[in-house]
Design a protein around this ligand. Structure first.
Ligand code: 5GP
Ligand code: MN
Length: 342
């Protein structure tokens, strides 16, 4: 755990400030939940706060209170740049290095030499002026709860804050089932329910938001799934043509990789998704047990993340990416065999 200059930050925030809060590119439930949860809290403390996200996020996260106030850097560029220019401090939530916001937004952040405060649970964070980094945490949302607690303000957590934070803890823990879920996570969740988070509604808003096409795309993904039992590995591919056929929208492939990981005996799962626009194959990697997909993604696919959930990319074609991927597995045979004991 790293806690850097917290006392100074607390002192700094004792007077009203112009604040921008940002999350990573392709924000997920934890990025949206943590930025909005922190925004509602800092609003209450009398600051002027703007959330800026690099790009779009899935429809099933738009119901979170405050979502309508978020600027998208790619769409509302002028407003976003103005907010960043005028801000006195920028909170970086749910990512560990500035390049994770994309190059356009990164350039803007570096140009104005903003003061940065990081709250994040990813491994190997870059160094910033103010830092709260803890890779043992289930989610950045859990850390925002802790941050508010360290500020001495748990009593300020209201329904909006509780709802936003509950959502991110839920999505980053696979609904409280991943190894990162501790008894403390459950205690915090219990407190968030006491403070107004309507758990049944939140689960329903996020999980029962399938479109017909999304389920058909899932069907396609599942029929593309391959098992490499020798390496306890399973993978899924989705081509650009398949995405088009089922009217792919952002977020439609979220969680699909978990079906591959749910296969009995599988400890390593991957999904490879063609992105013609960026000219890459984007991949999501998941594991059970000790095999670190963070390390695997860092070593071979220009990515990173956590031990059991990471991502990366490849500039090769789908076919070549799969060939490269398969060729790597023999090297990890022992690690995969011994990763997880049921
Ligand atoms: P997902 O597979 O859900 O997109 O991402 C899983 C985890 O890996 C998330 O914590 C995400 O931030 C991280 N991640 C995904 N893609 C990349 C990437 O290209 N680079 C890095 N450093 N992390 C990634
Ligand atoms: Mn997260």
């Amino acid at each position: 755990m790293i806690l850097k200059h917290f006392t100074e930050l607390k002192e700094y925030l004792s007077q009203s400030k112009n604040i921008v809060i940002i999350g990573h590119r392709n924000p997920d439930g934890d990025a949206i939940g943590s930025t909005l949860g922190l925004k509602h809290y800092l609003d209450k403390k009398g600051h002027t706060v703007q959330v800026v996200m690099p790009n779009e996020y899935p429809d099933f996260l738009h119901w979170i209170p405050g979502s309508e106030t978020v600027y998208r850097f790619d769409r509302q560029n002028k407003q976003s740049v103005r907010s960043l220019k005028n801000s006195e401090i920028v909170f970086l939530l749910d990512f560990n290095a500035l390049h994770r916001v994309g190059s356009d937004m990164q350039n803007t952040l570096e140009k104005y030499e903003n003061n940065f405060a990081l709250i994040d649970h990813h491994q190997q964070p870059d160094d910033f002026e103010y830092m709260y980094s803890d890779t043992t945490m289930s989610s950045t949302c859990q850390m925002v709860y802790n941050f508010i607690e360290m500020m001495g303000d748990v009593d300020l957590i209201d329904k909006n804050i509780a709802t936003a934070l509950y959502t991110g803890i839920m999505t980053d823990t696979g609904s409280f089932r991943f190894r990162s879920t501790t008894s403390t996570t459950h205690r915090i969740i219990a407190d968030l329910i006491d403070k107004g988070a309507e758990n049944d509604k939140i689960h329903s808003n996020v999980q029962d938001a399938n479109t017909y096409n999304r389920l058909l795309l899932l069907g396609q993904a599942l029929s593309n799934m391959k098992m490499l039992t020798e390496y306890k590995t399973a993978f899924i591919t989705l081509s650009e043509a398949e995405k088009k056929q089922f009217n792919y929208e952002k977020g439609d492939t979220e969680g699909v990789v978990n079906y591959a990981l749910s296969l009995k005996g599988i400890v390593f799962a991957a999904i490879f998704i063609e992105d013609k626009e960026q000219g890459i194959i984007k991949m999501s990697l998941r594991s059970k047990g000790k095999f670190s997909v963070n390390q695997f993604a860092r070593n071979h696919f220009n990515g990173g993340g956590h031990d059991n959930a990471a991502g990366g990319k490849s500039d090769e074609s789908m076919e070549d990416t799969i060939t490269t991927f398969k060729a790597l597995l023999p090297k990890y045979k022992t690690a995969l065999e011994t990763s997880y004991e049921a």
